[in-house]
Design a protein around this ligand. Structure first.
Ligand SMILES: [Zn+2]
Length: 116
């Protein structure tokens, strides 16, 4: 994604934050405590997060952290799947390979549910 399109996305407000494709794990993240889906959230500091409506965690999950962990997991499983894929182009790869990414109370603890 170019800098200009990123700026346009930010300027466009946060009513539809999931339209840009920036949220690579949209629709895949599930709270491990209660099975609620996590949804994209624009953070006030300009960062990206995911949150769920449940009370299982105090803060939004850092999107960059969980997306990087998911990419690493795919890479460990099959390096070719993410070779030459840009960071903002991972969503189709994740959707193809994963059923769910379950998030524990700690965002670093992810459980990957692979498609078979
Ligand atoms: Zn929960």
């Amino acid at each position: 994604m170019s800098v200009s399109s990123l700026a346009r996305f930010r300027a466009g407000g946060s009513d539809r934050p999931d339209d840009s494709g920036l949220y690579q794990l949209k629709g895949l993240l599930v709270c491990d405590g209660c099975d609620l889906h996590l949804t994209p959230l624009d953070l006030v500091d300009g960062g990206r997060g995911y949150r769920s409506a449940c009370g299982c965690r105090l803060w939004p999950v850092d999107a960059a952290v969980v997306e990087a962990l998911a990419r690493n997991a795919v890479e460990r499983r099959d390096r070719r799947q993410v070779a030459d894929v840009p960071v903002n182009g991972l969503r189709p790869v994740f959707k193809r390979l994963l059923c769910q990414v379950r998030v524990s109370a700690l965002e670093q603890e992810l459980t990957f549910v692979w498609r078979t």
